[in-house]
Design a protein around this ligand. Structure first.
Ligand code: UDP
Length: 464
């Protein structure tokens, strides 16, 4: 039987790239006819992203070929403009090299004859590249490393958009967003939709192309977002394939401190430690670092704190209150990059104060660890709202905190939050544990996501 090849174009951000690669591995593992080529676009230098790409190049997972595209000349990043507007320019600049790479691959496969290119799998932010696939007579699938709620929100944007009704204002009334049971307060919407410097227009532009995809692949599972997924199966959207949780169970780790952290956890009692970790870009300025330290100290509970500071070149330990580390010695520990997967899997962890990045949410559900919400930027407020208000699967500390505001979450609030998840929170904990079990079942043979991947493969192979 002929091999079938898919060309993946992930967005060059850690959460997107790692999730995409993991999904590619699942496809290959499931059906040995499938091969994947990943076209890697070059973003700004990032130590963790580079290390990840290097590890992929070194490991060369079976059935996956990574092609690094040439660096294109990009306009410089204007600090006054949003990151999303830059992402739009970035994707446009990469259209010619992606098209060239697809042309080369298609013509080489045609001449060899034993493999057929079956389509492109594009990150949701690369939806303008659907035209490349169309140019070669190929279908495009969009991969959402985030959830069905985000698909609902983004799909809602072009339907709401008029010249009079464009960027959102915090004072706007709540929104009825497809896939949500409750009206959604404007203040929890992703930062980009408020942005008058291109963020909003990028989102609308990207979302306008969703209807042109042959399928929407989402890193969620039916048991977690049944209402939203049901809403999208009304025939007005391309077929939606929930394939998650797609998690790299080997974890992502680049730090020498892993052993130190894991040994310390081994010595702590069951469910006694609160873990604080804020994703690949979550960092705090000095006043917030001090308040957090105070809150943890006052709480008297055990903690493991992945502490990243702003500006990054500053010494994190110097930002802590004087004598803090000595006073909490034995019951508290700080580290920089944490081996989050391994930490969440450890029996000593009783709760997780999280920025609510989607990967972190899925990982904590998988291991049945309840989250306390402390969103910082991007779509994290939206995720926090979904988890607390829609699903009742997280404990609310903040829903609409934003990192770029000068607001400081005070020590008392942090102390209370730690108590809620370690001492209280038993009802949420039970729900989270049950959801974790459903998550694991969904990817096992006969599970909902397992079946959904099967349908996707049928569709991909059927295209040939
Ligand atoms: N992560 C980690 N250690 C850290 C911070 C993050 O291992 O100290 C991992 C985490 O397990 C998750 C990913 O990095 O897989 C973060 O993804 P998420 O979507 O939660 O947040 P983002 O980085 O996109 O804001």
């Amino acid at each position: 039987m002929k091999k079938v090849e898919l060309i993946f174009v992930p967005a060059p951000a850690m959460g997107h790239l790692a999730s995409t690669v993991e999904f590619a591995k699942r496809l290959i593992c499931r059906d040995h006819r499938i091969r994947v080529i990943i076209l890697s676009m070059k973003w700004f230098p990032s130590a963790s992203l580079n290390a990840y790409i290097d590890s992929l190049t070194a490991l060369q997972p079976d059935g996956i070929q990574l092609i690094e595209l040439p660096q294109v000349a990009l306009p410089s990043l204007d600090p006054k403009k949003s990151l999303e507007s830059f992402l739009d320019v970035f994707v446009q600049c990469y259209i010619p090299p992606v098209r060239n790479a697809v042309r080369d691959i298609v013509s080489m496969r045609c001449s060899l004859g034993e493999t057929r290119v079956a389509g492109l799998v594009l990150d949701l932010f690369c939806s303008p590249m659907i035209d490349i696939a169309t140019g070669f007579g190929l279908p495009s699938y969009l991969y959402f490393p985030t959830n069905a709620a985000t698909f609902g929100l983004m799909g809602y944007l072009p339907t709401r958009h008029t010249p009079e009704s464009s960027e959102f204002e915090c004072s706007d009334p709540e929104h009825l967003i497809p896939g949500f049971v409750n009206p959604v307060p404007t203040c929890v919407l992703p930062s980009a939709v408020f942005c008058k410097d291109g963020g909003y227009t990028t989102y609308v532009k990207v979302a306008e192309r969703f209807k042109d995809a042959k399928g929407i692949i989402i890193n969620t599972f039916e048991e977690l977002e049944p209402y939203a997924l049901n809403c999208f199966s009304n025939g007005q959207n391309p077929p939606v394939y929930p394939v998650g949780p797609v998690i790299n169970l080997n974890g992502l780790s680049y730090s020498d401190s892993d052993d130190r952290v894991m040994k310390w956890l081994d010595d702590q009692p069951q469910s006694s430690v609160v873990f604080l970790c804020f994703g690949s870009m979550g960092s705090f300025k000095s006043p917030q670092v001090k308040e957090t330290a105070l809150g943890l100290e006052q709480s008297g509970f055990r903690f493991l704190w992945s502490l990243c500071v702003q500006p990054p070149q500053n010494d994190a330990s110097k930002m802590l209150p004087e004598g803090f580390l000595e006073r909490v010695q034995g019951r508290g520990m700080t580290c920089s990059w944490a081996p989050q997967l391994k930490v969440l899997a450890h029996k000593a962890i009783g709760g997780f104060i999280s920025h609510c990045g989607w990967n972190s949410i899925l990982e904590s559900l998988w291991f049945g660890v309840p989250i306390v919400t402390w969103p910082l930027y991007a779509e994290q407020q939206f995720n926090a709202f979904k988890m607390v208000k829609e699903l009742g699967l997280a404990v609310e500390m903040r829903l609409n905190y934003r990192k770029d505001s000068d607001e400081v979450v005070m020590a008392d609030e942090i102390e209370k939050a730690v108590g809620m998840v370690i001492d209280g929170g038993s009802e949420v904990r039970k729900k989270v544990e049950d959801m974790g079990e459903m998550a694991r079942k969904s990817v096992m043979e006969g599970g909902t996501s397992f079946n959904s991947i099967g349908k996707l493969i049928e569709d991909i192979i059927g295209n040939n």
